[in-house]
Write a protein that binds this ligand. Structure first.
Ligand SMILES: [Zn+2]
Length: 184
């Protein structure tokens, strides 16, 4: 019997890994086992993302070095995009490059202007191994690029340059107190 369920409803909220944790700074492994453990991981990612009020979350942000991320993210037209992807590949980016505010659950309370393409296409698989293509524009394109970066061991702070980077690193060294807008 099928039972409509809310993503993350059966998941466990896991502790988030933070900037400096080695698992965030190395490429994740390809998923080869599309079994129940993968479904549990996806559920845990949703539960953790919602608990932290994020719009996207990659597996290495809960300490699992696997190529999986989840999202529940609006684009610039306020269309909601909800889903997960396994072994994603960023196959296309184009459009204008926009510097916009970006945050991350692994750098809590912080954000910085970060350059991203306005359009992104990701190919990958569902947790049951079905091929999947995701098109994103605007803020959702930013989210897709941010999460794909995570799985390569890159955080947005690595893409921030100049004084913005220096300020961000200075702030990251202090206790966080400010809530980010839409962290991923
Ligand atoms: Zn992030």
């Amino acid at each position: 019997m099928r039972n409509a369920s809310i993503p993350g409803a059966h998941g466990r909220v896991r502790p988030l890994t933070l900037l400096g944790d080695p698992v965030l700074h190395a490429p994740c492994d390809q998923v080869t086992d599309f079994g129940p453990e993968l479904a549990t991981l996806v559920e845990d990612l949703f539960a953790t993302m919602y608990a932290a009020q994020g719009v996207g979350l990659a597996a290495n942000q809960v300490g699992e070095a696997l190529r999986v991320f989840v999202y529940d993210c609006p684009d610039d037209e306020d269309v909601r995009h909800l889903g997960h992807v396994v072994n994603p590949r960023l196959v296309e980016t184009d459009g204008v490059v926009i510097r916009g505010p970006e945050g991350c659950l692994s750098l809590p309370g912080l954000e910085a202007g970060t350059e991203r393409y306005d359009h992104a296409v990701v190919e990958g698989f569902t947790m049951t191994g079905e091929p999947l293509t995701i098109h994103g524009t605007g803020f959702f394109a930013r989210c897709l690029q941010h999460e794909c970066d995570h799985l390569e061991g890159t955080v947005y702070a690595d893409r921030v340059t100049g004084w913005r980077h220096r300020r961000l690193m200075r702030q990251a060294g202090r206790a966080s107190w400010r809530r980010p807008g839409m962290p991923t």
